[in-house]
Design a protein. Structure first.
Length: 89
């Protein structure tokens, strides 16, 4: 189970790294609140949503770390529930 949780953390790190590299691959959008990309970034990187809501900046390194930790926590919850449901049968 710990490898699955580690995989969730790696996935979270990869998602944040992908969003960090996105502006280098494309022409960056205006990044207004009406832009659908911003909604997708906020949904996949919860620390960005917290930064926007509470009006503080977060460095890239902290975003990568926080997103990996958030995905690891979600993975822990999902894998624990999956494990309990699997043994309940």
């Amino acid at each position: 189970m710990k490898y699955r949780i580690a995989a969730w953390a790696v996935l979270g790190f990869g998602v944040a790294a992908g969003w960090a590299l996105y502006p280098f691959a494309t022409t960056p959008p205006a990044m207004t609140s009406a832009d659908p990309i911003v909604t997708l970034v906020e949904f996949t990187c919860p620390v960005v949503l917290a930064g926007i809501y509470f009006h503080f900046g977060v460095s890239l390194y902290w975003v990568l770390l926080a997103n990996a930790a958030t995905y690891a926590l979600v993975g822990l919850i999902v894998e624990t529930l999956r494990h309990q449901l699997h043994h309940a049968k």
